[in-house]
Write a protein that binds this ligand. Sequence first.
Ligand SMILES: [Zn+2]
Length: 168
Amino acid sequence: MLRKMRIVACSEKQAKNESKLNLYTNYAHVVFHSFSKPIFQNFLNWIFRIEKMEKSMVKDIQIRFFPFIKENGNGLVGKCNNRGVVFLYPEKYVSTQKKMKKLGLLEFKIYIKWRAIAALIHELLHFKYKGNEARVKELTKKYFNIYYNNQFSKQSDTTYIPKMIFDY
Ligand SMILES: [Zn+2]
């Protein structure tokens, strides 16, 4: 799955703002780095086996550099299309900065890593469950928690991260 993953930057307008560019460069690298860990790749393979999904249905996983702002002003976490392409987006600049201030840089990096992992699992499940959003959400939480608890089994002070992501 790793060879299908890539970072994609395409907004020249936003790229002119240097502080934004720096922030989103780091952001994309944190995401790509967490995706490229063998343990995570194995975990994705495991989901595909359990769900009986063909890996060949996924053609391209794009970690987009800049946020996608919807018409209502909200940011989009991710989307996929029927050609097997997954798009993952960072948070909007303002909320990114707010969270960074609140959490500190280290915790913020942990948060964006998990946010992206949840988004990727969610979009991959859409390839099988199509428009069944409720089922996709339910399974995303399930798989996310399995991986999360496996990684954080020795720490109890990180339970706020799934809460931040799924808004329990
Ligand atoms: Zn969805």
